[in-house]
Structure formats: C-alpha cells, structure tokens
Design a protein around this ligand. Structure first.
Ligand code: ATP
Ligand code: MG
Length: 588
C-alpha cells in the first residue's frame, strides 16, 4: 500500500502519527524549546517599545537620567535575547538529532525486515538516500521548524495586536496586507511540494545509478562499457538538473513574493503613521514604533517563506519515508511453531513459484527428503536451483503449494527458528567490513572464540586463519578483502557450522577453484554434512558424488529423481549421461 498524494487525510494522519511517535518521547526538549521561543519573541517585541520611549523622551527633552536608564534596559534586553538565541540553537539541534537517529534506526529495521523482492527492485544507493538523505532533511523539521513556525505565527499576531494598540486604522490595514501575503505564500508552498518530491526522487535515482556503476567498476572497465555508463549518467544528471531547477524556481518565487509584500507593508505603515503624526494623533516615537514593527514583520514573513521551503523539502522526504514505512513485506508474518531437533525432513508439494506471476520458474514441483538425507540438485543455469533454495530458506513464499520442513509448514514456523535451523550458503558470499570473527559470527557476541576456533579446526581452516595478520582479528572487506572465492566459501561454511542447523542448503559457486582449495572444501563439506539433512546444488562431479539422492531440474519440474547409485548404474538415465560427458560441460 502506498500513500496517495491526494488522500490528504490519510497523509496528515501519517504526519501526526510520525510527530507523536518521534517528538513524544522528547517532550522535555520540546517544552524547553517552546519556552525559549516565547521568551525570545517577547524580548523582540519589547525592543521597539523602549526605542519609542527613548525617542519620545529625547524629543520632549526629558531628564538625562531617564534617558540613560532606557539605554541600560535596551542593552540588557539585547544581551538576554542573544543568550536565548544560543540556548535555542542548542536545544533545537539536540532535539533534531535525537529524533532523527530514532527514525533512521526504525527505517533501517523496517528495510531489513522487508522481503528480498523489495531489495531486488531497489539499488542500495537508492535506499541509502532514503534512509539517510531523506531522514537528514527531517532533522530541521523536527528541531527548529515545527516550533519556529508556531513561534513566527505568535510573533506575527503579537505585532499586529501591538499595531492595533497604536492605531486601529494602521493595525487593520497592515493586518489585511499580511493576511493576503500569508495566503499567497501558503499557495506557493502547495505548488512546491510535488516539485520537491520529484527532485528528491531524481537525485535518489542518480545516487542508485552511481552506486551500482561504482560497485561494478571492474566489469564495466573490462567490457569497455565506460562510455555507455557516462552517457547514461548524462541522462540521469539531465533529469536531476531539470527537476532541481524547477523546484528551486518555485521555491525562490516564495522568497520574491515575501519581499514584495514586505515593501508594500512598509509603505502602508509609513504612509498611515506619517499621516497620523501630521494630524498630531500620535507621537514621532509612535511613528518609529510602527516602522520598526513593520520591519520586524519582515522576519516572520521572510522566515516563514524560507521555512515553507524547508517544509516543502521535509514534506517531500516525509512522504517518501511514509511510503517506505507503508511498504509491507510480501511474506506472510510467519507463525510460532518450532522444528523438531536433529536433522530435518523436507517436503515440497506442488510448489509453483515465479518472481513475477506471469513468468513461472517452478511449476508444481514435488520433492521429499528424509531427515539426514543428502540430495544433489542438478540443472542447467537458470533452471531454478537457487530459487528452490530461497523458497526453503523462506526468502519468498511459493505462489501455490506447500513447503514443509521437519513436518511443519514453513508459513507456520517462526522466522527466528527458520534462520537458526536452516543454514544456507549462497553462490555470492557477502563479507562485511569487519574482523574475521565478526564475519563468522555475524556480530553475535554470544558465540565464544573457543567455539569459533573449534569450528575452524574442524573445517581445516585454522592454519589459514592463523596465517592472517591478527588471526581472528584480521579485517576483511566486502570486495573479498584478499580472499579467494574458495576461501570465502569456506568462511561461509564456518558461518553455517557455528549455528549448527538441522538442514543445510549449499548453493555451490560455479567458479572453478584451485585443487588445494577444492580439497579443503571437500573436507569441510564432509564435516558440514554429518548428521544433517542437506540439499547440495552442485556444479562439480566431486560434490555430487557425496549425495545419496539425485534430482535433476528442468523446465520448472524435477525430471529425474532417485538414488545416486541406481541412476549411475542405469545407462539411460540423464544422470549417467551427465557423468559420461562430464557435468561441467553440460551444466555450466
Ligand atoms: P545458476 O545455475 O546459474 O545459479 P539457477 O538454477 O540457480 O541458475 P535461478 O537463480 O534459480 O537459477 O533462476 C531461475 C530463473 O529465475 C532465471 O530465469 C532467473 O532469470 C530468474 N530469477 C532469478 N532471480 C531472480 C530475481 N531476483 N528476480 C527475478 N527473476 C529472477
Ligand atoms: Mg543459482
């Protein structure tokens, strides 16, 4: 479900909910900020009053003591005003950062919980722009903005009330012009929000594009696609250019209008108060008072127009954040059932699945494994082997049919249980910018070093780990950090091993490994599979030789299924043919 821009009620519900959720716990800071603001406004309004008294005292030749007293009061107010302003900045900034950190954490949690389909549809760069860029835009909104716009409204009303006090005509005339100004500025704001949203979207896309290309630098250079990339960059930049220019123009229009109205207000104020002075209705001090109030009026008017700009930006970001929050995971929430202990059985019954419903990858697929059985899953590239692994690990739900693990429908098992008891080693192993230890435990502090060392020794990785500078503390990085594909895969084995799952799905990388690493992997695999049910998606004959059962996937169905030895003995079987011609040649 996405927020419809025209569904204002729903959107404003979202806004208030967000304000309540993030500003609520900060009520102390909000209150303090409001108090500082009101005090600051009071002082601002007092200054012209003192100046009027000063001018009137000077022109009526009052005693020098009275005049210098006014000077001291003026100075005191000016100093207090500045102190309050400093306090305001401090409180506002703390408020903004505290709320925004909270929001960012919530967004990240939300994104990490979304189904993989969501992540495939978006580049990481786009998400970064959302989780960081949009959120940072809101910092201003949460801190100064929400309180300031209220403050400016109070200031505006205060000034108008004081002007009424001087003369009703002047008060009424300036109020009328101000009212028109506020209405026009708000209209301009409404025109600005969609432009700003478009500009932010364009820049998020640019971000995503850059991120994707930079990650793929090696491939791009190798395939000579640099020129093409630059051309695409130019296209995206052009889009950002247009969107930003238009958005900036609409925003600037609000600034221009504010200035125009200000000039008008000044002229009206001077003309009317000059006339009143000429008729001896008010003193020269009061003429000055009216003039300085019209000038102070410039502050809320001009600030409000700038804040309206900020508001436009914040609303655009908020809209997109609400949209992200309202994206529900396509996975059903999952149940609470737990799997039985030990190796787990697996049953796929009439499973149909496609990444989009009109392009099925699996059609009514059936498969069943006893606890502890090792299945070798073969099939051409693109036949859906990885897809089966993703379904069993419940990254996606099947469109039709049922998947049972340990006799329990996956949809009824708790997500935590699935992550704990089903271990999966994927074709692409992602390493984090972190130590070997953290890469193995995936930042789980409960796993002790002894456990890690035992697993590494078990897998024959301990000597390798010791050879790294710093051993377990050696730092790895996402680009492989000097690890070969084989070593990365061994690390992934160790990851799964540490969690002691009852079902292991191994999606073997199709890259060829050097004989030494290959031997190491073979050894590690032997250890990994003891006492576990396993689905081994194999690209190498040696790996398949380990399986008791073989399944060959073709056209979204299992085309051949049986005990490996039986199939190998039957010369007419596909498996026997694969073995004759060599698995690699046929499958890879
Ligand atoms: P390989 O041996 O190359 O690893 P595979 O048997 O694992 O191949 P899958 O990755 O399961 O094949 O892909 C099966 C089909 O689904 C392919 O046609 C592929 O293009 C498509 N596919 C895979 N992942 C996605 C995805 N995230 N979104 C859309 N389509 C996908
Ligand atoms: Mg695959």
């Amino acid at each position: 479900m996405t927020i419809q821009p025209d569904d204002a009620r729903q959107a404003s519900l979202g806004y208030t909910a967000i304000l309540r959720r993030y500003l609520g716990p900060q009520w102390r800071r909000v209150t303090l900020l409001a108090l500082l603001l009101v005090a600051g406004i009071g002082l601002q309004l007092a200054i012209p009053q003192i100046l009027r008294a000063f001018i009137d005292a000077a022109t009526s030749r009052a005693a020098i003591g009275q005049i210098s007293q006014l000077g001291v009061v003026f100075l005191g107010i000016a100093v207090a005003g500045q102190l309050i302003a400093i306090g305001e900045v401090y409180v506002a900034e703390s408020l903004g950062q505290a709320t925004v950190n909270e929001l960012r954490a919530d967004l990240l949690r939300h994104c990490l919980g979304l189904d993989l389909g969501f992540h495939y549809r978006r580049t990481p760069g786009e998400l970064i722009e959302r989780v960081d860029g949009d959120v940072a835009n809101l910092a201003n909104f949460f801190s100064r903005f929400a309180v300031q716009i209220v403050g400016n409204a109070i200031l505006l009303i205060g000034i108008l009330a004081l002007l009424f006090g001087v003369s009703r005509t002047i008060g009424a005339a300036i109020s009328a012009v101000t009212l028109v100004a506020v209405v026009v500025l708000i209209r301009l704001r409404d025109a600005g929000v969609p432009r700003m949203t478009a500009a932010r979207q364009a820049s998020a896309e640019l971000f995503g594009f850059l991120e994707e290309r930079l990650v793929g630098t090696e491939d791009l250079r190798a395939s000579g696609a640099v020129a093409h990339t630059l051309r695409r960059l130019a296209e995206r930049s052009e889009k950002v250019f247009r969107a930003e220019r238009f958005a900036a123009f609409v925003s600037a229009a609000t600034g221009f209008s504010a200035n125009l109205f200000l000039a008008l207000i000044t002229v009206v104020g001077l003309a009317l108060s000059g006339l009143a002075f000429y008729r001896r209705e008010i003193s020269i001090g009061s003429v000055y008072l009216v003039f300085s109030y019209t000038q102070i009026l410039s502050r809320p008017l001009e600030q409000m127009s700038r804040q309206i700009q900020d508001l436009q930006r914040a609303m655009a970001s908020l809209n997109r954040i609400l949209q992200l929050f309202s994206t529900r995971s396509q996975l059903n929430p999952g149940g609470r059932l737990r799997f039985p202990g030990g190796p787990l059985s697996v049953e796929l019954e009439n499973v149909t699945f496609g990444y989009s419903p009109d392009e099925l990858v699996l059609r009514g697929l059936c498969l069943s494994l006893r606890p502890g059985e090792v299945l070798g899953l073969l099939g051409r590239t693109g036949s859906g082997k990885t897809t089966i692994a993703r379904l069993i690990a419940r990254f996606y739900d099947p469109l039709d049919g049922e998947i049972r693990v340990g006799g329990i429908d996956l949809g009824n098992a708790s997500t935590k249980e699935i992550r704990k008891r089903i271990g999966i080693v994927t074709q692409e192993i992602h390493l984090f910018h972190a130590t070997v230890r953290d890469n193995l435990t995936l930042f789980d502090p409960i796993i002790s070093d002894e456990q890690i060392v035992a697993v590494l020794k078990d897998l024959g990785l301990w000597t390798w780990c010791q050879s790294l500078p710093g051993g377990l503390n050696a730092r790895l990085s996402p680009d492989g950090g000097g690890l070969s594909a084989g070593e990365a895969q061994l690390l992934a084995f160790a990851r799964v091993f540490l969690r002691a799952p009852g079902l292991v799905i191994l999606d073997e990388a199709s890259s060829r490994l050097d004989p030494a690493t290959e031997r190491q992997i073979e050894h590690a695999l032997d250890r990994l599979l003891i006492g576990r049910t396993a689905i081994v998606i194999a690209h190498r004959l040696t790996t398949v030789e380990r399986a008791e059962t073989i399944a060959i996937l073709e056209g979204g169905e299992i085309r051949e299924f049986g005990a490996r030895l039986d199939l190998a003995r039957d010369p007419s079987s596909r498996f026997a043919r694969l073995r004759r011609v060599g698995l690699e040649e046929v499958l890879v």
